[in-house]
Design a protein around this ligand. Sequence first.
Ligand code: ZN
Length: 282
Amino acid sequence: MTAWRIGTTVIHKVSEAEVAVSLAGVLRTDDTALLKRYPWPGPDFSRPDGTFLLSVHALVVDTGARRILVDTGVGNARPAVPFLPMLDSAWLEELTALGYPPESIDTVVCTHLHFDHIGWNTHLVAGTWVPTFPRARHLVTRVEWDHWADDPDADLHDTMQPLIDAGLVDFVGTDHRVADGVRLEAAPGHTPGQVAVVVESGGERAVITGDLVHHPVQFIEPDVAGLADADAARAAATRRAFVDRYADTGTLVIGTHFPAPTAGLLRRGGDGDVRFVADGPR
Ligand SMILES: [Zn+2]
């Protein structure tokens, strides 16, 4: 179990799946030694066989007053994808065991509408996809929704349409204030309407990345695009701005796909080079 305390807010990581991937399987680079040039906060960021571990997880942001779920993973009984077989995990039971039964979640934030971030929005009951979090407002940015709604290849029928039909979705701006101390921040490029989620309490701050990076090497070399980045140049500009905003500020950076320890700090060395380093005890 992994959790971080930001002032009086607690953020829990709820793992769904982990898969070893090659760098070129996720990022647009053929530099196989790229990961070996830098230190990382954990061994799974660069494994001896050249792979790294891609984690799929959700994050619960518990402010005390609000229970906000950021992204919902792949979900069970979804079609197999190149990296992942059809899943049949105990993710929902683990969320419940952590103290967050689905009806206790008041808000679901979809950082963007890729399949590995919205899967548990719904689950199968007697052959029908129904909302998993029936009491939650589901926040999707208007820009993101409009982009996918225009895409004939987008398949949101099972993951989003049941929420729309139940009136559970709010279309919001990319700078939307979710709750006291929790707000969205535009992170376009991977998808047009993607957001990061900023959590602040008691003078401390964390930011959940969304897929503006899949591996922290992209903070160090921001031009290394993700294979799934819709607009590589815009995604690179978003990464540069993110590093400028958060390096050397004490902000805990929590990756949506980073393996353990999943969170760290951005530091600039005397030479201006950026590093992603482990956070101390928290
Ligand atoms: Zn993703």
